[in-house]
Structure formats: C-alpha cells, structure tokens
Write a protein that binds this ligand. Sequence first.
Ligand code: SF4
Ligand code: SF4
Length: 410
Amino acid sequence: METEATVSEFQQMLSARGVSRRSFMKLCGAVAAAAGLSQLAAPQVAQALEKSVIGATKGKLYPVIWIEGASCTGCTESFAQVETPDAASIVLDMISLNYSETLSAAAGWSMEEAKEQTIEAGNYILIYEGAVLEGWGGQALRVADKPGTEHLIEAAENANAVVALGSCAVNGGWMGANPNSSGALGVQAYLKKAGIKTPVVNIPGCPANPEWLVSVLVDVVMMERFPVMDGEGKPVGIFSQTIHDNCERRGHFENGEFVYQFGSEEEALGYCLYPLGCRGPQTKSNCGVVMWNNRRSWCVQSGAPCIGCCEANPNDPGQNWVEVNTPFYKRHRDLRIGDWMVQPGTIALGITGLLAAALVVHGFGMKVTGRMDGGADFEKVRSWDAKHPDKSIGQYNATDEKNDDEEEGR
Ligand code: SF4
Ligand code: SF4
C-alpha cells in the first residue's frame, strides 16, 4: 500500500532533479501511448514508476546488459540524448546498467567481469544493438578476444528477455544489405538457429526512438509482463499502424496535393511528400504520435519524407529496410501500401497497375470536385518516369514534358 510518506519521497526526488510533476505526467502519458495503452493509463504508469524508483533507491535495481553488435551506436546515442534534467532520467533510475561498451565509465577486463557476474546472478534483461555477424566463422566481429556471437549466446541464454534494439538488431539493417559479406543477420534469427529460446522483443528504427525502449522497459521491468507483440515480435502498440495513418500531411495526400521538388511552392505549403519518396504508406510505426527529441518534431513534420527505417522483418532477411527503400528521397516505380510488399524490379507491373488505377480514380474524383488545382498531377509524373527510364525518379520536369510532347507531335 502506497503511503503519503513514499509519495512525498518521490515528489522530493522529482524536484531535486528539477522535474515538475506536470512534465513527469507528460512522460507517463507518452509511455502509455507508446505501449499502446490509453492516455487514461498514465496514472497507472506513474504509480508503477514511483514504486519502482522508490524500490530502486532501496537497492532493488533491475540489471541490464547492453551489448553492441555491428552497429554505429546510433541507438545508444538516441537513448542518451535526453535533456538534463528531464523526466526520462527518472526512468533510467529503474535499471542498473551493468555493462555497456558505450555508456559505462569502466572499460576493459573489469567490464567483462561485471558482465560475467551479472550473467551468473541471472534475472536481467539483455539489450542488443546492431547486427549479429556470422561471417568468417564469427570472426567478423571480435570483442574481448572472442567472437561477438559467443558474447550474444552467453548473455542471451540466461536473460529474462532480449530486446533487439534498432533495425540492424532486428534483421541485419545496413550490415545485412547486399552484398552482406560479413554474414549479418538479426538477433532473433541467430538465437533461433542457436536453439536459444529466450523471448525476443524487436524494436526496429534507425535509430530506435528512446521512448519505445522506455515503454518496453516499463512493461518488462515494472509491470512484469511482456508487451503485446505481433507475428514479428514487435510491440503492437507501437508498430501496428502505418506512418501514413497518423501523418499530419494526410489531408494533402487525400486532396492530391503533392510536393514534386524540394524548394518548391508546394513544399512551402506543407503538401504530401509521397512523390519525393515518402515510405509512410508502407512503414508501420507510431513516429507521428510519439515524435522525436522530447516530442518536438519528427521526420515528416520537419519536411523529410519517411525513409521507412522501421521496415525490418525478423522473419524475412529480404525485407531489409535499406534494401527495399534505397535510393532514399526518390519515388520508387513500384508502389507499396500497408502489407503489400513488392520488391523493385520484380513483379511490380500487375500490382502497380492496380494501384495506379486506384490513384487515377482517386485523382479523377479530386479533379471533379475541383480539389486538384496547382502542381503537376501524379499520373503525369508517372508517365514521365516511364518515358525517362534513364533519369532519376522523382525529377519530373515540366519543360522536358513539353519538349517530349512537341517531339511526339502532340
Ligand atoms: Fe504523410 Fe508520407 Fe503519407 Fe504523404 S505519403 S501523407 S507525407 S506519410
Ligand atoms: Fe523512420 Fe519513417 Fe519513423 Fe522517420 S518517420 S523515424 S524514417 S519510420
């Protein structure tokens, strides 16, 4: 039973860190939203945090081992970029980060020893960032005089849960893209091959949003449960809707109002970025809801098309976000919406035709209702793409279009 004394103890801890009650409740609301709970669950999250933080001050910190595989440490950087003081720093108080190549002050053998002791004691969470490298007999990545794969197996075997953090950890990411000479793959796929049954929670993203990790830690550490996960082991509350579903530019998409060139009038008007390569329609993640940098903004709001960094499928190495989404900021000739995944240069024609037809009907409706004035229309750009296979997609040029028409006697 929570006493007035413990509540005020917690309040004191907040104010000692310069965190207002209001900003703490805002964090709890965001954690609840990221976990797919209603905003009404914020007080429940707050209560769990209060109890856990107070428990932590009495020596009950939950041990965490954070291993870097083949990574750029971007996910660690992303997690570490909390403002100081910030409410999120309170959450960090619930874990004891016993090992992190990037964040720990200690280094060398004493660090390795701390890791071994944590593994032996058990009851910890393993966060694994970056791809697993199987290449050259596991020698593609060596840490502390042994292959990275051995470190993963040792730490994963005895953990309560493994969090595969970032798209590289989910299915290889940048390292897993063609030609993949280092034999990169995701954590879940590697552990499955090694016969290790520890549950894996997959949090894609390049980098992963720190609030997604906080939300999973709140679930596992404080609420003592796993988040509800989909068939790809991703928390449903975070990764079930597309970027497009929650995009503030969606009204412009519906109105057929698109940006075809950076620096254009349409861009200044905040139109939809689809022709510039936005992968929002096929990428599942709640970036538009949780946002980035302490909920200040996010990719599409800042004017950058979504490049689909959360499209990582642990069950399918071919569904690697780098492979399916490059070149960035260029519209692909193939269209993909939701779960319709079509690899560029393969069987796109039938589906593209179907989707193009849908867009033509959509555009026709827009024209009839007078909602499609200004800018080049989508079908014009598509036909320009078809006539200029040698030119970069999305570089539609109205003058070229006119010259083509003249050459063809139209
Ligand atoms: Fe937003 Fe991209 Fe969808 Fe346009 S295509 S509405 S910019 S997510
Ligand atoms: Fe990645 Fe797209 Fe989310 Fe940006 S909006 S973080 S590119 S999934």
